[in-house]
Write a protein that binds this ligand. Structure first.
Ligand code: KIV
Length: 285
């Protein structure tokens, strides 16, 4: 009888372990929305976020405002199937947490229970700090998100850099408030490098930058952005590591040409009428 290997699989990285990485080796984070994408990025990531950017990147929405809890659960479950190593965090969509801490708890606990995520991310600073405290006190690890918060695009008047001159104190206060409320890390989006540096120095939790300079404790980007698969627009803070959009267009154009020219399918993709018998197979030399 074969004995099953008793060694347990190493558990994925926890939010506590992410928090403990403050000031250490930069924390590598990316977004994922599907199982194959999660499988591709999991081995090299410390944290994988199922971001509400899924609405714009996969569903063609004009902003993240139309994303629902059900969409986040669907994509969260798909991503969870591809994760064994990284810390899995799911975004709380617009309208699912702002009204009260109780509503935030009901929706955050549903997100975690139905996806298997280790925690949630929500946008907002001073205003959301009591909600973050409420969730953290009830065993829900929270990743905060300040600076440019895309769910507030209309209130902010666009996707502009936040925290410049007159606005600096607001972003400082937001970041301080979420750290004090118990967030295990904070995303700093589209803020000046000097402010990101200062926040990284003063906050006790890891800062995860997106358009916030190399000084942060970690970095996050949307995977489709770095692979060149989302071509709707290209923020300055995105670096393209591949051009899969262009590669994909070339590939499907070649397929279309080959179908029209009857080059595809070739004999190697077709099935014969007669199965080869053992006698017909040439003897091995
Ligand atoms: O929704 C998202 O993808 C995000 C980040 C990339 C931070 O919030």
């Amino acid at each position: 009888m074969r004995v099953k290997d008793p060694s347990p699989q190493t558990p994925p990285i926890s939010p506590r372990e992410i928090a403990a990485r403050k000031g250490g080796t930069p924390i590598v984070c990316l977004t994922a929305y599907t199982t194959p994408q999660a499988q591709m990025i999991d081995p090299v990531c410390d944290l994988v976020l199922v971001g509400d950017s899924v609405g714009m990147v996969l569903h063609g929405m004009p902003s993240t405002l139309g994303v629902t809890l059900d969409m986040m659960i669907l994509h969260g479950r798909a991503v969870a199937r591809g994760i064994t190593h990284a810390c899995l965090i799911v975004d709380m969509p617009f309208g699912s947490y702002e009204a009260s801490p109780e509503i935030a708890f009901a929706n955050a606990s549903r997100l975690m229970a139905e996806t298997g995520a280790a925690g949630v991310k929500l946008e907002g600073g001073v205003t959301m700090a009591p909600t973050i405290r409420f969730l953290v006190d009830r065993a829900i690890p929270v990743m905060a998100h300040v600076g440019l918060t895309p769910q507030s695009v209309h209130a902010l008047g666009g996707y502009k850099v936040q925290g410049r001159e007159g606005d600096r104190d607001r972003v400082l206060a937001d970041a301080r408030a979420v750290a004090q409320a118990g967030a295990f890390s904070v995303v700093l989006e589209k803020i000046p490098a000097g402010l990101a540096n200062e926040l990284t120095q003063i906050l006790p939790i890891p800062t995860i930058g997106i358009g916030a300079s190399v000084d942060c404790d970690g970095q996050i980007l949307v995977t489709e952005d770095i692979l060149g698969q989302f071509e709707g627009f290209r923020p300055k803070f995105v670096k393209r590591y591949a051009e899969l959009g262009a590669l994909g267009r070339d590939a499907v154009a070649t397929y279309a040409d080959e179908v029209r020219a009857k080059v595809f399918p070739g004999l190697e993709h077709a099935f014969g009428d007669v199965q080869p018998t053992a006698a017909k197979v040439a003897p091995k030399p």
